[in-house]
Design a protein around this ligand. Structure first.
Ligand SMILES: *Cc1c(COP(=O)(O)O)cnc(C)c1O
Length: 373
């Protein structure tokens, strides 16, 4: 490689090392070491086709993919013979698969979701040419069930995308209540859960049940969020009976073409598998506990300096949007006048304290002009 290109690459590396130190707003853990997997990058890996069938393309990691799926099936309480799934490119693809299966199950049904739902749902509804019906949210970002009930009345079929952790405020829709409303109105339904971030958080908390013990049909989880991965990825898990309509055998690859992508990433199954094996259930439980304690700490620090509109849901802490300078520096995700921090294992109280002290400077300098009056 020529010198110029080499230094280009070296500069990028140094920049990323610096940026990682102030990475608070996005829900992606950044503390991991996958060095032992490095040697796998020399193979032209491809998990083409269904993860449960060994296709004619044999340089693959499907047995690892299946083990990852098995872990999530257990975590989300679905029995061995009742589920199907695959490792996706991320939460968006998982949501698309859930909606696709829903549309094939209930072809004319409109898709109900709250106005706090992630933009990927709207996009997928558009791509799939489905009809949408947007439900109002409560101030904390959770679905407004009265509005939902009002909009469900008189319908025969409905598809619902439930948020298991909204992007901005980490709100969790109550699947139990949604189901009761659907059944009360005798609606045939399909429920997809968008659990991009909280799919790996709530199973370790005692109070919220969104797993397959409820009547959800499918779940999408992002692999690069709470789990932590150098490459975006995700997990899609569905009841077998809910995706029966999407089986399609392809002679050329010698497998059923049940996935959205044809050729599929076979490296992230190794990443997720490695993460699960090295952390274990115990490790994740500890990480969730730690993240929850960081969120408590951040709320109390923000309250100490009197920062306005502070709220919290599990590991998501939101507050009034600070200046653009702070938003950029700390990579806060901000929407209108709200910004948030997702408390994740790679963060520390020390880092959050430093962040709050910078906010404090803003509070003080904002006060100064009015002191002069
Ligand atoms: C991040 C996110 C998604 C999309 O996931 P990607 O992995 O970025 O495609 C969907 N829903 C919610 C709530 C998210 O936070």
């Amino acid at each position: 490689m020529e010198k110029k290109a080499r230094s280009h690459l070296a500069r990028k590396y140094r920049q990323l090392v610096t940026l990682e130190k102030t990475f608070l707003g996005y829900p992606c853990d950044a503390e991991f070491d996958y060095a032992p997997l490095y040697k796998f990058l020399k193979f032209p890996l491809n998990n083409v086709g269904d993860p449960y069938e060994d296709s004619t393309y044999r340089i693959q990691t499907k047995e690892f993919e299946r083990e990852v799926l098995k872990f999530f099936a257990k975590l989300l309480h679905i029995r061995k013979n009742d589920y199907w799934g695959y490792i996706t490119n991320g939460g968006t693809e998982g949501n698309q698969y859930g909606l696709y299966a829903a549309r094939e199950t209930l072809p004319k049904a409109p898709v109900f979701f709250s106005d706090h739902t992630h933009y990927s749902v709207k996009k997928n509804v558009h791509i799939l040419r489905m009809n949408q019906c947007i439900v109002r949210s409560q101030p904390n970002g959770e679905m407004d069930y009265e509005d939902f009930a009002k909009k469900i009345r008189g319908r025969k079929t409905a598809i619902v995308v439930a948020n298991i952790g909204t992007t901005m405020t980490g709100a969790v829709d109550d699947i139990q209540r949604i189901t009761e409303i659907l059944e009360k109105h005798k609606v045939r339904y399909y429920i997809h859960a968008d659990a991009a971030l909280y799919g790996m958080v709530l199973p370790f908390c005692s109070d919220v049940k969104f797993d397959f013990r409820t009547k959800i049909n499918s779940i999408a989880i992002s692999g690069h969020k709470f789990l932590g991965s150098p490459v975006p990825c995700g997990i899609l898990l569905a009841r077998k009976e809910s995706i029966k309509c999407l089986q399609n055998y392809i002679e050329y690859i010698g497998a059923h073409d049940t996935t959205l992508s044809g050729s599929r990433d076979a490296f992230t199954p190794l990443v997720l598998w490695y993460r699960l094996k090295t952390k274990g259930l115990h490790g994740f439980r500890k990480q969730v506990k730690y993240s929850l304690s960081l969120a408590d700490y951040l709320v109390s620090e923000l309250e100490k300096i009197g920062w306005p509109n502070v709220g919290k849901s599990y590991i998501t802490v939101w507050f009034e949007r600070p200046s653009q300078k702070i938003v950029n520096k700390w990579e806060l995700a901000a929407n209108k006048d709200v910004a948030h921090v997702i408390c994740l294992p790679h963060e520390s109280k020390k880092e959050l304290h430093k962040f709050v002290m910078e906010l404090h400077e803003e509070v003080k300098s904002a006060r100064e002009p009015s002191d002069e009056l």
